[in-house]
Structures are given as structure tokens and as C-alpha cells.
Design a protein around this ligand. Structure first.
Ligand code: TXA
Ligand code: MG
Length: 390
């Protein structure tokens, strides 16, 4: 791939559409170049959504499969009308309630965008991001901007400019750097072209948030997202969507977020790591046995740990505790905080210092559902009470 000098604009203070960096970045977008920018969720890799040549570059640099469509970002509610049609009343209510914000709606498209953006579908994913830099850029270009997360396909999404540069330095025209993003996980994706309206990707706007706004029976989770129907995974191969014959969201069938070190996820659909609970005790014994075996093999182990779990793990693991590198990921009772740093933690796992990583699951509810959705995809192995899903 051709090497370019990637411009990094480090932004501070109040950002408006007239800021010189926004003007420069907008000018490059209008010349069909790629610009990475922060949103309130993760960094996006932007291109003009109605320009075939520009959108093509996104797929090329990301190594993204052509059948996985992109989210189109616009600055305000009126702009939604320029790319979508037959918009249901409930969509307007959701737009008013949650946007700008971390909610993406799948609506019927108007056919005005590059076919690559929608991967040939007649629907379009629309989002109004809640970040002054993203909104300033969108306002400045006055056009819809297609922007997937700014990571190479399969890698954890970027929550800092450094992550974007890790993946794309020298391959994109520029990055607007406004430091760390807020939520840390991508937006909730809600398909409003089916009924009941269906969450295809869980995020910070939760099922109960949506139900409280438009009615409990009008919105549901996609069946593959129910915790009691865990996705059948793993190995470093395919597919988290074996339960569905046709994946509603093409993105659902690809493996994502993989760290550079194999990650074993131990499902624990409980509020606490309470060893008096038989199912928890069972998991802990199996965990201990596996860690012991791996240490005996001379493997260097990292454990992504919740604060509340530390004392229990110390007791259960005994002297093994000292041989494992613990990385703190927040409190299991606060999934929002776990979400905010999750991708950074996954990206910080390096094969130079770690051979295997382990992590326990959190309760799959609220934002915990979004966290677990990403972890299930990131894991190379998922351990359940009954056995592994290898
Ligand atoms: O928070 C976010 O949504 C971030 C920031 C940058 O805005 N963007 C993001 O985009 O996560 P991306 O491309 O990484 O994820 C887009 C998801 C994929 O799962 C894709 O399959 C789905 O949205 N999607 C896009 N268009 C769709 C459509 N027409 N029908 C169904 N799913 C669609
Ligand atoms: Mg992505």
C-alpha cells in the first residue's frame, strides 16, 4: 500500500466547525481521503459516503470484507432524511431521545450512497455521534460520512489516537486526536426495518432504555444475543452466529476484537464471584486446574481481573497467585467503567510478555451484555460450567 504522511491534529479546548484542524480535515475528506476522528464511543475511520473511490479505501486499508456494510454518520436529524426513507414514528422518538448519542438505526435507504457503504443492501445504518469533534467535522463537510471503527479488521476497536496509528500510520491522510473516547464500546445497533425492532449489536443504549421509550413489546434482542443461548465459537476461526441461518447484520458473522494473545473467557453469569455457590465453585476449580497446567508448561499468564474478585482468587489460587500477572479492569459491578477501558486492555496484551490471558465474565445484563458480546468475540476459547466450547 502507498505510504503517506498521516497528519495528527492534537486538539484541545473548544472545537467548532471553524477550527483550522477541522477545516483541514474536512478539505481532505472532500478530496476522497480517509480521516480518523473521535466519537463518544470509539474512533471512526471516515470517508465521504457518496463517493465510491473514498469508501473503497476504507475497505482496502481495514481489510474489511465487502459484505460488511458501514455506519453512516450525519450531523443532525434533518440530515437523516437525506439518506433514509419510510422512517417509522418510533425512529424519530428514539432519535430525539438518544441522539446525538451511541445509537445506530438501520432504516430503509434512499439509494443515494455508494453501494459499497451498504454492501448492496437496501437499508442504511445511520448515526449522529455525540462528540464535538465528530459533529464539527460533519457540519463542516455538509455530507454524510461513512465511518467504521478505525481498526484493522478483526482487531480491538480504537479508543485512543495511538490505537488508530498502531493500525494505520502511513496509510490514512489524517487523524483528529482528542484523547480517549468516552463509552469505549461501539454504538447500539437497532434494526428498524423488521418488527419487533431488533438490537443487532448491544451498546451503551440498552434494551431497557429502548423499551422504556417506545414500549416493551416493540423492541427485542436478536436471538443470538440472549445469554442463555451462548454463541458457539471458537478456535481462531469463525462464527458467533451459528444459531441464525441468515445473519441480520453482516458484521455479526465475523470474529472481532481479537487481542494478540489467546484469551480464555470463563462464563460466570452471576453478580458475584461467590465460591459458596456451587456453579461458581465449579468454575473456580476448573480455572485453577487449567492455570496450574499452563504454569507447569512454562506459559506466562495474564489475568484480567475485577477488583472484587481479587481476594477470592488469592485464596483459591494459593501460591500460584504470585506467578500470574494481574491486570485490573475495574469492578464487576460497574460494566460502564469496564467498557471504557476494555479495548485498551485487550490491545495491551503482547506476545512478548504473555502467552495466555484469562478473564471471567460479568452478568449479561444492561451494559454488561455489550461487554460480554465483545468478549465472546474476542475470546479464542469460552469456558462454561458444563465444559468448553472449543
Ligand atoms: O460506535 C460506532 O458505531 C462506531 C463509531 C465509529 O461510530 N462505528 C462502528 O462501525 O462500530 P463498524 O463498521 O465497525 O460497525 C458497523 C456495524 C457492523 O456490525 C455492520 O454489520 C452493521 O453495523 N451494519 C451497518 N450497516 C448495516 C445494515 N444496513 N444492516 C445491518 N447491519 C448493518
Ligand atoms: Mg468495527
Amino acid at each position: 500500500m502507498k505510504h503517506v504522511k498521516t497528519i495528527r491534529w492534537q486538539l484541545q479546548g473548544t472545537i467548532t466547525p471553524d477550527h483550522p484542524a477541522i477545516q483541514a480535515a474536512a478539505a481532505l475528506l472532500l478530496q476522497d481521503e480517509l480521516i480518523a476522528f473521535p466519537t463518544e464511543t470509539v474512533y471512526g475511520l471516515g470517508a465521504l459516503a457518496d463517493r465510491e473511490v473514498a469508501v473503497r479505501k476504507i475497505f482496502d486499508v481495514k481489510g474489511r470484507p465487502a459484505d460488511n456494510p458501514l455506519i453512516v454518520h450525519v450531523a443532525n436529524h434533518e440530515a437523516v432524511l437525506t439518506i433514509a426513507q419510510d422512517i417509522p414514528e418510533a425512529a424519530w422518538l428514539l432519535l430525539k431521545t438518544f441522539t446525538p448519542g451511541p445509537l445506530t438505526l438501520i432504516l430503509k435507504g434512499k439509494g443515494v450512497l455508494s453501494h459499497r457503504v451498504t454492501a448492496g443492501l437496501n437499508t442504511v445504518a445511520v448515526r449522529i455521534p455525540d462528540h464535538p469533534v465528530a459533529l464539527s467535522l460533519l457540519t463542516r463537510v455538509e455530507k454524510p460520512v461513512a465511518a467504521p471503527s478505525a481498526n484493522r479488521s478483526g482487531r480491538p476497536s480504537p479508543t485512543r489516537a495511538e490505537h488508530v496509528l498502531e493500525d494505520f500510520d502511513g496509510q490514512i491522510a489524517g487523524i483528529l486526536d482528542a484523547g480517549q473516547t468516552g463509552y469505549g464500546l461501539e454504538s447500539t445497533v437497532l434494526d428498524m426495518t423488521v418488527y419487533p425492532y431488533t438490537i443487532l449489536r448491544p451498546g451503551a443504549v440498552t434494551l431497557s432504555d429502548l423499551q422504556a421509550t417506545i414500549g416493551a413489546d416493540r423492541v427485542r434482542l436478536h436471538p443470538s444475543l440472549y445469554p442463555e443461548k451462548p454463541s458457539v465459537v471458537t478456535g481462531h476461526t469463525v462464527d458467533d452466529d451459528a444459531s441464525d441461518t441468515v445473519a441480520r447484520s453482516p458484521g455479526m458473522k465475523y470474529r472481532h476484537y481479537a487481542p494478540d494473545v489467546p484469551l480464555t473467557l470463563w462464563l460466570l453469569n452471576a453478580e458475584r464471584l461467590d465460591p459458596r455457590v456451587p456453579s461458581v465453585q465449579h468454575i473456580l476449580l476448573r480455572l485453577k486446574a487449567m492455570l496450574q497446567k499452563q504454569l507447569e508448561e512454562g506459559l506466562r499468564l495474564s489475568f484480567l481481573v475485577y477488583e472484587e474478585d481479587m481476594p477470592i482468587l488469592k485464596t483459591v489460587l494459593g501460591e500460584m497467585f504470585l506467578k500470574i500477572h494481574f491486570i485490573h479492569v475495574g469492578q464487576r459491578g460497574q460494566p460502564e467503567a469496564i467498557a471504557a477501558s476494555l479495548y485498551h486492555t485487550l490491545r495491551s496484551l503482547h506476545p512478548q510478555s504473555t502467552d495466555r490471558a484469562h478473564m471471567l465474565g460479568v452478568l449479561e445484563d444492561g451494559v454488561g451484555l455489550a461487554v460480554m458480546n465483545r468478549l465472546r468475540k474476542a475470546a479464542s476459547e469460552i469456558m462454561t460450567e458444563e465444559g468448553s466450547t472449543i
